[in-house]
Design a protein around this ligand. Sequence first.
Ligand code: NAD
Length: 452
Amino acid sequence: MASLAPAIEETIAPAGIAARSYAQQLAEKITARTARIGVVGLGYVGLPLAVEFAQAGFQVTGIDIGEEKVARVNAGDSYILDVPGDVLRGLVEDGRLRASADFSVVSELDTVNICVPTPLRKTKDPDMSYIDSACREIARRLHPGMLVILESTTYPGTTDEFVLPMLESTGLRIGRDFFLCFSPERVDPGNPRFQTINIPKVVGGITPTCTELGALLYSQALQTVAPVTCTRVAEMVKLLENTFRMINIGLVNEMALMCDRMGIDVWEVIDAAATKPFGFMPFYPGPGLGGHCIPIDPFYLSWKTRQAGIEARFIELAGYINGQMPIFVVGKVQNALNDRSKPVRGSRIHVVGIAYKRDIDDLRESPALDVMHLLNKHGASLSYTDPHIPRVAVDGLNLVSQPIEAAAAADCVVIITDHSGIDYRRLLECASLIVDTRNALKGFRSEKIVRL
Ligand SMILES: NC(=O)c1ccc[n+]([C@@H]2O[C@H](COP(=O)([O-])OP(=O)(O)OC[C@H]3O[C@@H](n4cnc5c(N)ncnc54)[C@H](O)[C@@H]3O)[C@@H](O)[C@H]2O)c1
């Protein structure tokens, strides 16, 4: 029988024979890789995780309410750029990975990782409905010896205040009959260097035994595991990381606004500052925040701290500055056209890159949508190029991605996302005027270029 670390043997001993037995049994299954693993939510986070567990030799079941995703996984057809189609197909054909829209499979599982969305409501309050419904389904099938790990980004306290009572309402006892952890997901879609397998995994449990089992599970499939003492620390880790990024981007965006006013090249300033080998880390300005994490997660924290009577002022300020950037970009376009005696109204504007960041196909919260909406409102006629997003609807306009040469017909091009697959030399040849919000044309000198 696999034995748990001595510290855990001690901590679980007071819980009695049953605790020892369920934890021990699960630890044994995990190390033997016979534990049946479930991943709830097969999106950008869940599918790569399910694939890593399956590649480590586990039998994995993905559960998603989206019938189309379930069908595509079962057909070995990947819809996530970071999951190669042949890898997924191989795992499905070998019977290591399957997907289902039916939660009844949870009864057969030993562990479940929850990777469902955590958006904000319009009021910037957390929308807990996805976690709520996934946990309710799991609670209905919770059985002794089961480990549940929440991975969705959320406010500190979610696991012990929100999830734990639902699972304990079954009559099963935490740390004795079942185990619960939080482990923040740090995936960076499109990052060629860091993927699920080599991004260190922080995990914190409700009890020390929970932490130990969570760490044991991840260590079978991922290279580095960093256990922490409790779920609240693990929840806060993610919010610190993303708040750090959001505030630093807000700071550098404010620098960009200042430099613009003073006629200083902010890009050159940052590059020169980055030559300092200590105490400085470069962040870059841009057209605004996008994606499912950086613009959203810090507001989970400010919502929670408000309840504790603390205003998260850095977050609110950075949120304000970052939120102004699409308006600033549209102003840049207006000024650039005015300098050529053209109003925005009636001008043809071609947007290059509309995904929320480089080399991904994700449009969620993309600042390109805000910029396009504002330009459309000002009467511009729009087109775009994005090798990763074949079509988009903006204000009821259905647009299809054009070849980069479409820039030749535009009065102004705006680079919003600097995908590496775009031929910027060709773009510069074709376009008559380019507003570059990402310094994608670094190294090129031309009267046509207006940098942020
Ligand atoms: N995408 C990222 O880069 C990233 C990075 C770190 C953390 N996160 C966090 O991870 C979580 C998941 O994000 P994502 O980007 O993978 O989202 P996603 O939208 O790509 O995937 C979520 C999946 O969950 C499914 N789902 C929704 N409700 C469900 C339910 N009740 N039961 C089963 N399936 C359900 C959806 O159909 C969808 O396929 C979020 O909390 C997000 O903030 C995301």
